[in-house]
Ligand binder design. Structure first.
Ligand code: NAP
Length: 326
């Protein structure tokens, strides 16, 4: 395939979803400039394209000058920087709102109108969750500076490196019980990382036109159903313990305290608990994959391929029932 002359700058390209986006843009032939804080930590990104097709450039969303340099000469911009919990200067306001605004303003100043901003389902200026509220404020900031930018709001995203299915499968290896936060009734519409990346590439190729898309996979599940599914795939029996919201909040607080220690990622935060009170599914009126001509993958087709490592005998694991049947 011939390499496109068009250059796309991707902020957050070293993250879980960002890597899928970089790979998809490279496969489509774009030159990709990955703007990231520590380029030396992600040399593997370069082999996602041909020699010279992918370049790494140092940029930090908290420093405007680095953003301006990263968008200089680009034809399009993608922002997939986000946080699940705050830590010092790395907070929701500085990244979800100010960082998003800085990218949009830098793009505008550079004459770029083709842009994709990754937000999240549940983004809501009135939300009690700081994550959801700053996601909404970020969307507004992007639209204020760059009305033509497309906004993508995914539900929970799955893939071999995800932080949801892996987290609970790992927990099931160590613990006799898994927590049903708030009773486990919150609804999710898990979406495959590769489908999110496909959506980004389609929009960049067609040129963004100020649309908002909510991205969810073909199935809707309660939190409880997802945990039961993980246990079924890894063939482990664990007790699902309902945690009322106040108890979950207390766990979130304990998670935050542990997160204050260096290199420890909080298992749960109070803000995440608050966020879990709202269903995470595509709105009835929202446009989504259909409008982009994409048929999203079902989680049942993908998740077992990477959760098999949590089974007792990994890829060689067989269920007792299956052995008995044969
Ligand atoms: N994963 C999900 O289930 C999900 C669901 C809905 C929406 N989203 C949204 O999708 C986007 C991507 O999520 P993800 O799961 O891929 O997150 P992720 O794996 O944590 O990646 C976040 C990226 O942001 C970069 N970053 C953090 N702070 C930065 C800074 N100050 N300047 C520049 N880059 C910075 C990180 O790079 P470093 O290596 O420098 O930290 C990383 O590349 C986010 O906006 C998230 O809110 C995710």
């Amino acid at each position: 395939m011939a390499i496109e002359t068009r250059l796309v700058t991707v902020f957050g390209g070293s993250g879980f979803v960002g890597r899928y986006i970089v790979r998809a843009l490279a496969a489509r032939g774009y030159r990709v400039r990955v703007a990231l804080r520590r380029p030396h930590t992600a040399p593997d990104l370069k082999v996602m394209g041909r020699v010279g097709q992918i370049q790494l450039m140092q940029a930090n969303l908290r420093f405007k000058a680095s953003i301006e340099q990263a968008v200089d000469g680009a034809d399009a911009v993608v922002n997939c920087v986000g946080l699940l919990f705050e830590s010092g200067a790395q907070n929701f306001k500085s990244l979800h709102v100010q960082g998003a605004r800085s990218i949009a303003e830098a793009a505008k100043a550079a004459g770029i109108t083709n842009a994709v901003h990754i937000s999240a389902i549940g983004a809501d200026e009135d939300s009690g969750s700081d994550y959801a509220r700053t996601k909404a404020l970020g969307e507004a900031a992007v639209r204020g500076a760059l009305p033509g930018a497309a906004i993508l709001r995914p539900s929970i995203i799955f893939g071999p490196e995800d932080e949801f299915f892996n987290k609970f499968a790992k927990m099931a290896q160590m613990s006799p019980a898994l927590p049903l936060i708030g009773g486990g009734r919150t609804l999710f519409q898990p979406v495959y990382a590769e489908d999110v990346a496909k959506a980004v590439t389609r929009i960049i190729t067609a040129g963004s036109a100020g649309q908002t898309y909510e991205l969810g996979g073909p199935g809707t599940y309660t939190f409880k159903e997802l945990l039961a599914y993980v246990l079924n795939v890894i063939d482990k029996k664990r007790i699902l313990v309902p945690l009322p919201w106040p108890v979950a909040m207390a766990m979130g607080f304990a998670g935050e305290l542990s997160g204050a220690l260096p290199v420890i990622t909080p298992f749960l935060t109070r803000d995440q608990v608050t966020n879990l009170k709202t269903d995470n599914i595509v709105g009835e009126q929202a446009q989504g994959f259909d409008a982009l001509g994409i048929q999203p993958e079902a989680l049942e087709a993908i998740v077992p391929t990477y959760l098999e490592r949590y089974r007792k005998y990994g890829q060689f694991h067989e269920r007792l029932e299956d052995i008995k049947e044969n």
